[in-house]
Write a protein that binds this ligand. Structure first.
Ligand code: AP5
Ligand code: MG
Length: 214
């Protein structure tokens, strides 16, 4: 099964992709995580992307299309994948159609997480991640069971993203509405789009997503 999760920054794409990965054994492909790994590694691509990401803008279609095209060829995608953060522009959506057709693959579910923009700033500025295993948390909505200790791996170091400040979040939301929101209509016209209430609590969103993906 191949799934696309769509929604603005903070909608819960990463949170739900990780839960769906655990539940269904299909791999999360987060283009944001891939780019952040390049930035951490100090690669040429990462150095190019960092400035754009810190400004809350979109990295070039050419880079992203190449990245996903290579990634879906890898063995861990054979049982299915969840696209989290891709496609994000009309050219990316078109390129995805071509690369899937070339490989005899298709997308089974395109799911939009519908949310109110105003709530996203609070969601994003409260987000933190286990530095060891990458499990995501929130200061208010998703705290570790024991303060300062990761539920999953017991780690006690956490990190916050460089682009999770209020100014950058507002630029990311603008980029979403200008460049990404048009692809919702693209998938609606194809008849593949389903919408879940991304303002519900995390467990309820997981349930709605499970109802769609079967
Ligand atoms: P990316 O990493 O994809 O960031 P994003 O789209 O801005 O989305 P986020 O990761 O911020 O939000 P999310 O929906 O995953 O929310 P999460 O589940 O963490 O991209 C970063 C940058 O990379 C882009 O700005 C761009 O520069 C570049 N980039 C990436 N892909 C690109 C592409 N295809 N083309 C061009 N450039 C690209 O949840 C947020 C918080 O809320 C968490 O703390 C969570 O615990 C909490 N939460 C989640 N769900 C709920 C809920 N239902 N109720 C309450 N709290 C919740
Ligand atoms: Mg994310």
């Amino acid at each position: 099964m191949n799934v696309i999760l769509l929604g603005p920054p903070g909608a819960g794409k990463g949170t739900q992709a990780k839960l769906l990965q655990e539940a269904r054994g299909i791999i999360q492909l987060s283009t944001g995580d891939m780019l952040r790994a390049e930035v951490s590694a100090g690669s040429d691509l990462g150095n190019k992307a960092k400035e754009v990401m810190d400004a809350g803008q979109l990295v070039s279609d050419e880079i992203l299309i190449g990245m996903i095209s290579n990634r879906i060829n890898q063995a861990d995608c054979a049982d299915g994948f969840i696209l989290d953060g891709f496609p994000r522009t009309t050219p990316q959506a078109g390129a995805l159609d071509v690369m899937l057709e070339d490989r005899g693959l298709k997308i089974d579910h395109v799911v939009e997480l519908a949310v109110d923009d105003d709530a996203m700033v609070k969601r994003i500025t409260g987000r933190f991640t286990c530095a060891n295993c990458g499990t995501g948390y929130h200061d208010e909505y998703q705290k570790p069971s024991v303060d300062g200790i990761c539920d999953k791996c017991g780690g006690n170091e956490f990190s916050r993203r460089a682009d999770d400040n209020e100014t950058t979040v507002r630029s990311r939301l603008s980029a979403y509405h200008e460049q990404t929101a048009p692809i919702i209509a693209y998938y609606r016209n194809k008849g593949t789009l389903k919408t879940v209430d991304g303002m519900a609590d995390i467990d309820e969103v997981t349930k709605q997503l499970a109802d769609i993906t079967g």
